[in-house]
Design a protein around this ligand. Sequence first.
Ligand code: LMR
Length: 379
Amino acid sequence: MFKSLPCLPEDPTFKLFNQFKADANPKKVNLGIGLYFDREGMPKVFDTVKKAVSELDVNNFNYLPIGGDREFLRLAGEFVFGEVFDPGRLAMQATCGGTQACRCFADLSLEVLHEREIQIAEPTWVNYHALFGAMKISRFNHCGEDGMVNAEAYYNAARNAPIGSAFLIQGGLAHNPTGVNLSLEQMEELIRILEERRMILFMDMAYLGFGEGIEQDRKYVQLCYEKLERFAVAISFSKNASMYEQRCGALFVKTVNGPCTESQLQKSIRETISTPPGFGQEVMANILKNYRQEWEAEVEAAREDIDWRRNQLVDRLPAEFMRVRETRGMFGLLPLSREQALRLREEFSIYILDNGRVNFAGVKACDLDYIAEGVRSVK
Ligand code: LMR
């Protein structure tokens, strides 16, 4: 039994993280996996999260309903949609991180879409290919040759996609991995085409607050919600509350039939994890209810800190890296080849993804010169 079972390749992001951990070089630098560390390189736990955890009810770890905690969903909805939040127009589902919100949307799409196809811009988060594996995935280029976002490619993909199929937007204003994003104006044009073709837009909003700031990032969601008949958004508190391992996420689907849409989402949850994990929901519900202003200030400070580190690094690099300054969110692509990324790893113990992706939230202030020296040396 299992003798001839092939060993599958490790996930590239986690493989790199494991290689980093095993590296004995005291100068090693982890710019691979998307985790938020502070400038000193310490894992970040927000003060509001610590406070909310200390107030957790430890006398009841019974199951939550399959849909999740309604209070958490209402508060999360208010955060994501702001003043346009209308629970009467949304199906809401708590999920095991943003990842499961994606799977849940894929399951719903298989059920409701006549055309089981989704448009995904490349490069993108590697996991989508598996999460949407039961659908037909059509790919197009997120960036033009100049490394900036290619809005025309988005419009063309929407124009050429089957009527009534799905369209993915990654990261809102904080794209993973490129860090370059469609502007609100470009989104308006895309929305016009999507609406014309009766397509459903799925936005994976994994980094709300880390792009251009909470208010601006939220406008992206609001615009889609207001202008599109068919819209769904996945959110995650992994990054903006730095609670990765707690897997706290949610899926919101615009609908005129909330109860039946939610029953479909619940089917997907029941068949995969039975009920969503409660720890993160309880913590976030407490924060959003009692410490929201304080937490949002922490998110803003985190975003400014990431931008500071990005700019400090770019300041130390040659002119050809200047466009990296335009990137937003945790990630950006350094214009390096796979070989150069490998040399960085082998010669300097600086870990970035093979495609040149850097996690700016992993840059320690004391490593700025060392990273710049490594990059200059392999280029
Ligand atoms: C990343 O892209 O580094 C993170 O989102 C981790 C992951 O799950 O891939």
